[in-house]
Design a protein around this ligand. Structure first.
Ligand code: IPM
Ligand code: MG
Length: 378
């Protein structure tokens, strides 16, 4: 999963919008301190480019991503504010375009099939749910309910086929095309197998004891059934790792009740999205959730939080999630020593508790936090 360590890196630098710019500035302070030999090449992405060009992921950014070793990404609007929508969308809607977060497209376009979300509690973080949580979520990142195969209004031919094939569920039968909608949950065996294998490989390489498969196969028989069956087959290749499975609803309760029963979790896209937010909250919430979107050739690292437009440019938000995303990027590049330096520095600053952003109950700025972390790196 890790890239090959080399001397000089080309990193796509994608701040995006809202607080994306604030937290990326902070991450850069820390990256500069570890003296990664890299050029950071800015790329255009997000709401601003949608407004200007009708495309939040312009072709030049795709070209850039095709020519870099990795990317660090800040945040982008996934759903514009009502005002922004009213002001700008009518004109674009006329062109038949609808704004969608480009992160989902980027994941699919570059086949970044692993969404890796480590959730580890740092000692001294006042936001910890429990102090010894150390969970790692592997979320499938390209298919499932995120396939983008959706219908609204529903074309006549689709309705016709469903009417023919659906045995019990008939509630849409007498409805007009715009009175119901369909979003397809599409899961492939290949897509399921590679994310499950990635989770088991990670467990093996990192001395983890257990992998829990998150699903809802008792109800969603076809897709989640396939996911679970595939997992059972893959697990046989890893006899030293405990195989565990849980329904997605139940695991949200059990995770809260006893997080230490879990270790590595692997889930289809939507369940992984939800469960990873839950796990992130247990280790401090938005300011601490970091994420890697990882494919065979390219990986894009990001904080899990959104663009929080109301805080944009105020340098108020916690940059630790982005700094930890940068740390994950270094790990993926094979720069393990530099990654460790960053992780240790973050741990020290949190443990000392002298510098804290507002979410942690303090009043330090985004940049002060980044500088405090950078100062711990020698
Ligand atoms: C995430 C986010 C995204 C997702 C949104 C912003 C499209 O929630 O990365 O978890 O749903 O994947
Ligand atoms: Mg999410």
């Amino acid at each position: 999963m890790a890239g090959n360590k080399k001397k000089h890196y080309r990193i796509a630098w994608l701040p995006g919008d809202g607080i994306g710019k604030d937290v990326m500035e902070a991450a850069r302070i820390v990256l500069d301190k570890v003296q990664l030999d890299a050029e950071y090449i800015p790329g255009d992405i997000g709401w601003e480019f949608w407004c200007k060009e009708g495309d939040p992921l312009p072709q030049r950014t795709i070209d850039l991503l095709n020519n870099v070793d990795a990317a660090l990404f800040g945040a982008i609007t996934s759903k514009p504010t009502k005002e922004a929508e009213e002001e700008l969308i009518p004109e674009l809607k006329g062109k038949g375009l609808i704004y969608r977060s480009p992160i989902v497209r980027m994941r699919q376009l570059f086949d970044l099939y692993i969404c890796l979300r480590p959730c580890k509690a740092f000692v001294g973080n006042p936001l910890n749910y429990k102090n010894d949580i150390d969970l790692v979520v592997f979320r499938e990142n390209t298919e499932d309910l995120y396939s983008g195969v959706e219908f609204y209004p529903v074309p006549q031919e689709i309705k016709f086929i469903l009417q023919k094939l659906s045995k019990n569920f008939k509630s849409f039968e007498n409805l007009e095309a715009d009175e119901f909608a369909i979003s397809c949950k599409i899961n492939t065996k290949k897509g399921s197998e590679r994310i499950i294998r990635a989770a088991f490989e990670f467990a093996r390489q990192n001395g983890r004891r257990k992998v829990t498969i998150v699903h809802k196969a008792n109800v969603v028989r076809a897709t989640d059934g396939l996911f679970l069956e595939t997992a059972k087959a893959v697990a046989k290749e890893y006899p030293e790792i405990q195989f565990d499975e849980a329904n997605v609803d139940a695991i949200t309760m059990w995770l809260l009740k006893n997080p230490n029963n879990y270790d590595v979790l692997v889930a289809p896209n939507l369940y992984g999205d939800i469960v990873s937010d839950l796990c992130a909250q247990m280790v401090g919430g938005l300011g601490f959730g970091c994420s890697g979107n990882i494919g065979e050739r390219l990986a894009v690292f990001e904080p899990t939080h959104g663009s929080a437009p109301k805080y944009a440019g105020l340098y108020k938000v916690n940059p630790i999630a982005t700094i930890l995303a940068a740390k994950m990027m270094l790990e993926w590049l094979g720069e393990l020593e530099k990654a460790k330096l960053i992780e240790n520095a973050v741990a020290e600053v949190i443990k000392e508790g002298k510098v804290r952003t507002y979410d942690m109950g303090g009043n330090n700025t985004t940049i002060e936090m980044a500088k405090a972390i950078a100062e711990k790196i020698n």
